[in-house]
Design a protein around this ligand. Structure first.
Ligand code: ADP
Ligand code: MG
Length: 816
């Protein structure tokens, strides 16, 4: 196929003017009135003229100015959807779904015409005119249609978020647009962004030789008064709670938006606030009614809330009831430093951290508290756009989803903990750790801005101005510099990008990152001397990480496919097995549940080769059993009882179905389906699955050593053995929760190493050293092999013919 060279942007000349077309849209009056208030409406003419006269334009405007909902409508009305589609990418699935629904509603079109497509689902049809999708979906589409021929215009939304896929898309589209122009079938590119760091796109000569015109949309932003705390309290959840209590009990009406870092924190704070400011009976009925209506339209019944309610009723007995609050309690010495001249004295006091000891403000105005995070089912997310019941104040507890992608109406107060959760990743060793760290100044300002959409607002920062000035970075690091780029590297190679270092990235990943990705892909056998192998092509067909793609590509033997699909689906989803119950009532309860789950998991692991399959054996059993529970309509119950994260299991189901149908599509002769009564693997199959896992994770191998050999660690009495992992100096350990903890095999592979108090391995499987030259020959050819190749290994050819009884062939599938 044609090699696409990455050269400088050819000058675009003679852009023809489009004839004026106008496609009628009939909108409801109410919607029309709301639209007219959006700042972007005033810019419609300028935007459309600039798009007609230029191939690439940038639209920058504050969140809430109407970019996402309105620009696709302008294009539709100007006829861009008459022959081809209008494509809009979003870095977040939440946004793709909710924006497609909103735009359909505003335009009085059906979801057949304004649709969305995300990794596991979508409602796109042949009649789709405007298609919202995640950026990853569009990149996958480019693999089979590089020039994106079915689109007349691509909008890359939220470009300032700098997600890996959006960055790559900008790079590709900077070259595709001129190619489409040359073809005489032009494609327009619109990059939309909040007003942040535009220079990465505009002052980047490698990306765009001609700087694209930038249209700035002046949002009608009201002044927001920023209040810093005098001191920075480590416990920001507690701080957020007491600040919210004070805002709600002391300040005039207006919605409250609280930023914390993760789903669990959101849930925790929501529960605490709901308990403190209960709804009146009437509001509860209203909520119930709404809920019932929503449930009826849903296929899968979500019992989560029901259980939540039961538990909170039980817990309520412990709540201390204070009939009247004394306002004087809140006029403590002021520790809120204001940079404005109004002093509300919203101070913090010593509030117990225990959720069970909450003061119930019986006489206070009820607070309509809603959670918002990306994993929340979308019908629950939509609730933030509805107005609260009469007499209630709106309060939303959110992760940084609400920072830029969703605009919540009527927020007057923002409470910002100043932090966000990121997954840190070591470029060489792959060591990961989740850290909650300070956001950037740019993010903090975005968060504050949420308070000034409908009138003057206030932002309460739960940290000091010194921290903000001295510790906060100006901008966050683009995601591409924080993640392994293996999948991207392979995908780009498969798209005939020969020299990836020359690719016009808005911000390039560093050379080390690219180098290690290339090495890992060579070890995997997906690349050979920098060229994509047949195996590499087969691997890239699957919408999973290359290492999992390889496992699938080897699984055509011995009826292993259903098991590998199951494992790959499970490995691709985060945090399937819970360690601690989220809703436990007491520390004793938590401990008991933990022990019960851990015993269950040891039992699930089985014996013989199944046990050696280790943590992955547990995963396989869990997913298989969950599928059965689902077929009986008891999935939620099953998950709660056995410590499985319900949403994770549902994602696994979708991915399992998707992988199964993908394979069927490519290889119709293969007879597979998702069987709710899947038998556990036989002992031989379990052994082969260990080999399959090795073939995908061969670079993530660890050998048992005694701790003394590695380090003079003070804990050596506690840990008799440790493991030495490839590329790692420090010893790594099997976690208490691993089912292989008792067995301590000589050689293991792991899914991930992560650091908490020590470095632990996650997802561990035992392997045999003599399998190494067969499944990871690349590794054994390195100058310092981990093991001596066994005698039957031909070091000249680097090949082993698999004649051993009960051993998997290393021949991959003949995937098209
Ligand atoms: P931007 O992309 O510039 O951040 P949007 O187009 O997302 O702005 O939002 C424009 C307006 O539409 C906002 O005021 C927002 O509150 C409103 N809006 C967006 N989605 C919905 C929805 N599902 N229901 C009601 N209003 C919405
Ligand atoms: Mg937007």
């Amino acid at each position: 196929s044609e090699i696409i060279e990455i050269k400088d942007d050819p000058k675009i000349i003679n852009i023809e003017k489009k004839p004026a077309v106008y496609v009628d849209v009939i909108r409801n009056e109410e919607i029309q009135i709301a639209r007219m208030k959006l700042p972007i409406l005033a810019e419609e003419q300028q935007i459309m003229e600039t798009i007609n006269e230029n191939s690439i334009i940038i639209i920058a405007g504050e969140t809430g100015s109407g970019k996402t909902t309105q620009v696709p409508q302008f294009l539709y009305e100007a006829g861009y959807a008459l022959k081809k589609q209008i494509g809009v990418t979003e870095p977040r699935r939440v946004a793709a779904i909710s924006m497609s629904k909103r735009v359909a509603e505003e335009m009085n079109l059906s979801t057949k015409e304004v649709s969305y497509l995300i990794r596991f689902e979508g409602n796109v049809t042949d009649d789709t005119k405007i298609k919202f999708m995640t950026d990853g979906v569009l990149l996958k589409e480019m693999q089979s249609d590089f020039l994106l021929m079915k689109y007349s215009v691509i909008i890359l939304d939220e470009a300032h978020e700098r997600s890996v896929y959006t960055d790559i898309l900008i790079g590709f589209l900077s070259r595709i647009v001129p190619l489409r122009h040359k073809k005489g079938d032009p494609l327009k590119l619109i990059i939309m962004s909040a007003t942040l760091r535009l220079t990465d796109f505009t002052d980047n000569k490698r990306l765009f030789k001609i700087t694209p015109p930038v249209i700035k949309v002046d949002a009608r932003q009201f002044p927001v008064t920023v209040h810093f705390n005098k001191r920075t309290n480590e416990n920001y959840l507690k701080e957020a709670y007491s600040k919210t209590v004070k805002i709600h009990t002391k300040l005039p009406e207006g919605g409250i938006l609280i930023f914390v870092t993760g789903q669990q924190e959101v849930n925790y704070l929501v529960r605490k606030l709901r308990r403190a400011f209960p709804l009146k009976h009437k509001d509860k009925m209203l909520e119930k009614e709404k809920e019932v209506k929503e449930e009826e339209t849903k296929e899968e019944v979500d019992h989560f809330d029901e259980n939540n309610k039961k538990k909170s009723i039980r817990k309520k007995k412990k709540v201390k009831i204070v009939p009247e609050i004394n306002l004087d309690d809140y006029s403590l010495p002021n520790d809120t430093e204001t940079i404005s001249d109004d002093e509300e004295g919203l101070t913090s006091d010593e509030e117990s951290d225990n959720i069970d000891d909450i003061t119930v403000f019986q006489n206070a105005q009820p607070l309509w508290t809603l959670p918002l995070f990306s994993m929340l089912p979308s019908h629950k997310q939509q609730k933030v756009f509805q107005s609260p019941p009469n007499g209630c104040r709106l309060c939303i507890v959110s992760t940084n989803v609400a920072e830029t992608s969703l605009t919540i109406p009527n927020v007057k107060y923002v409470v910002d903990c100043g932090k966000s959760k990121i997954k840190l990743y070591d470029k060489v060793t792959g060591l990961t750790s989740h850290v909650v760290h300070w956001t950037s100044k740019a993010s903090a300002d975005q968060r504050a801005g949420r308070a000034g959409r409908t009138g003057p607002g206030h932002c309460y920062r739960l940290y000091s101005s010194a921290v903000f000035n001295d510790v906060f970075q100006q901008f966050g690091t683009p995601e591409i510099q924080q993640k392994p780029v293996d999948d991207l590297y392979l995908q780009m190679k498969c798209m005939n990008i020969d020299k990836i270092v020359n690719f016009p990235f808005p911000t390039a990943p560093d050379l080390l990152q690219l180098k290690t990705a290339e090495q890992r892909l060579e070890v995997l056998g997906a690349l050979k001397k920098g060229q994509v192998t047949l195996l590499g092509r087969a691997i890239s067909k699957f919408p999973v990480l290359p290492r999992y793609g390889k496992m699938l590509a080897l699984s055509h033997q011995q009826d292993l496919l259903p098991y590998t699909i199951c494992l790959v689906a499970a490995l691709s989803v985060q945090e399937v097995l819970l360690e601690t119950p989220i809703l436990a009532t007491s520390p004793e309860d938590q401990k008991a549940t933990r022990q019960k789950w851990s015993a269950l998991r040891r039992q699930w692991a089985g014996t013989g080769n199944a046990l050696l399959l280790g943590d992955n054996s547990v995963l396989l059993k869990a997913v298989g059993a969950a599928e059965y529970a689902h077929s009986q309509g008891k999935l939620q119950e099953f998950c709660d009882k056995n410590g499985l994260r319900h949403k994770a299991v549902r994602e696994i189901r979708k991915l399992r179905l998707q992988l199964t149908s993908e394979i069927k599509k490519n290889l119709p002769e293969v007879d597979i389906f998702v069987d709710p009564r899947m038998e556990p693997p036989t002992d031989l199959q379990a052994k082969l699955l260990r080999q399959i896992l090795l073939s995908g994770m061969g670079d993530q191998i660890a050998k048992k050593v005694s701790v003394e050999e590695v380090t003079e660690d003070e804990d050596k009495a506690k840990f008799k053995y440790a493991y030495k992992a490839n590329n790692m100096e420090e010893p790594v350990f099997l976690h208490q929760n691993s089912v292989l903890k008792q067995k301590l095999p000589e050689f293991v592979i792991y899914q991930e190493i992560y650091e908490t108090n020590k470095i632990y391995m996650r997802g561990v499987t035992a392997i045999e050293p003599d399998w190494l030259p067969i499944y990871v020959p690349g590794l054994c050819n390195l100058s310092e092999p981990l093991v001596e190749p066994p005698p039957y290994y031909n070091s000249k050819t680097g090949k082993v013919h698999c004649t051993m009884q009960g051993t998997l062939g290393s021949q991959a599938w003949p995937l098209p």
